[in-house]
Design a binder for this molecule. Structure first.
Ligand code: 0PR
Length: 389
């Protein structure tokens, strides 16, 4: 640190230099991210609430009301208006909270001490973090031929220590939607907590279903679903960090709350203490601004761009891992490993990522990716293929 502070102008010049080394979503070059440019309305709302701390909601009653309103709107979107939850930092924190709720509830109701969770092999790494942080044993269920959770594998992994089963609505690598209805039936029958990770799919599936896409249900209309993760900072157009956790019943929050006499209210069930109210304000603002129609258009556009890429790849002799269900396309080129192909694309300035199961180039068609970017990408892919022959 300097002994005497710098002038604002000097500081911002230096900040510009740092920022120059970042990629920008608007360049269309970021192809593997689930984040995107936040909407200007959401950014403005975020900045307005920078100082509000939802960790002490008694001081920020207005922001707390905003958070509750966001949770209610999301509950409506996901099939149950009377819902409980929080606006937090993202899908990882939401999944950790859900696993903590399941763990504490099972300890209270079933005296389970060394609990186990069952999640598909396709689940996000946050469940590995949950295993580590919460001392739960993670048992990975096999996938079926469509890369969704295999129900027989789930059944074979259930024991009297199972505290939660996880299904994913929009997997990180391939955008697949697990058979949540069937998981809900299993969980009701076995009296097991069911968590649905819809971090990615939550802001897509309801809108796509509404315009006729045949996609598995995953919401609270399925009676076995105990909690859902949904991330406004992915397809919701909210700024980072904004995730949400929703619980069917307040009892799941109660098993996590801790008495804290010096705060205006008892400490909530969130993992962090001090937490921003800006994310809640931004999510409220963008949901009000976009409305059902706005998000439907966004989802429809994303699927159109997805199709453009998928068809273009097939035409040019690339192999799709499977037909995209959401806006993620995974593909390979025979004769090259996914990593080798990623390197060629990287050399041409594309930031792609590689999936693990199965290995493939994975492209997430977020709203910052437009038609012209896909056309350019397809040209580059054609060129890569030609130089190899
Ligand atoms: N659940 C699912 C299904 C996810 O795909 C993700 C994130 C999470 C939970 C965790 O969400 P947070 O990252 O908000 O905690 N999946 C991607 C990943 O971690 C997100 C991502 C974002 C990847 C930006 C790349 C990137 O540049 O791999």
């Amino acid at each position: 640190m300097e002994r005497k502070g710098l002038e604002k102008r000097q500081i911002f010049e230096k900040l510009d230099e740092f920022q120059k080394n970042d990629l920008e979503y608007s360049s269309g070059r970021i192809l593997g991210s689930m984040c995107t440019c936040a909407h200007p309305v959401a950014k403005e709302a975020y900045c307005k609430f920078l100082e509000s701390n939802l960790g002490d909601p008694g001081l920020f009653e207005g922001t707390k009301t905003l958070e509750d309103a966001v949770i209610t709107m999301l509950g409506e979107l996901l099939g149950k208006k009377d819902i409980h939850g929080h606006v937090i930092t993202g899908g990882t924190e939401a999944n950790l909270m859900a696993m903590r709720a399941a763990k504490n509830y099972a300890r209270q109701e079933k005296s389970i001490i060394h609990g186990e969770i069952i999640a598909p092999k396709s689940a996000h790494f946050s469940f590995k973090k949950a295993e580590d942080i919460l001392g739960l044993k993670l048992k990975e269920a096999e996938l079926d031929e469509n890369y969704c959770i295999d129900l027989n594998s789930v059944k074979s992994l259930i024991t009297d220590k199972t505290v939660a089963i996880v299904g994913v609505a929009g997997t990180t690598e391939l955008g697949k939607i697990d058979p949540i209805k069937e998981l809900s039936e299993i969980c009701l029958e076995e009296n097991i907590y069911l968590h649905v990770d819809a971090a990615f799919g939550g802001f897509l599936i309801p809108f796509l279903q509404d315009i006729g896409f045949k996609i598995n249900d995953f919401g609270f209309n399925l009676p076995g679903v105990s909690s859902i993760t949904i991330d406004p900072h992915k397809m919701g157009l909210a700024p980072i960090p904004t995730g949400c956790i929703l619980f069917r019943d307040e009892k799941f929050l109660d098993v996590m709350s801790i008495e804290t006499p010096y705060l205006t209210e008892k400490q909530q069930s969130t993992i962090v203490g001090t937490r921003t109210g800006a994310s809640a304000a931004a999510t409220w603002a963008i949901m009000k601004y976009m409305g059902w129609e706005g998000y439907t258009k966004l989802a429809k556009n994303a699927m159109e761009i997805t199709n453009l890429l998928a068809r273009g790849l097939v035409q040019n002799g690339f192999d799709l891992v499977s037909e995209p269900e959401l806006n993620i396309v995974a593909f390979n080129l025979s004769g090259l490993t996914a990593k080798e192909l990623a390197k060629y694309l990287d050399d041409k300035g594309w930031a792609v990522s590689v999936s693990s199961c199965p290995p493939a180039i994975r492209i997430v068609l977020m709203p910052h990716i437009r038609r012209e970017h896909i056309e350019e990408l397809l040209e580059d892919l054609k060129e890569i293929k030609e130089t190899l022959i």
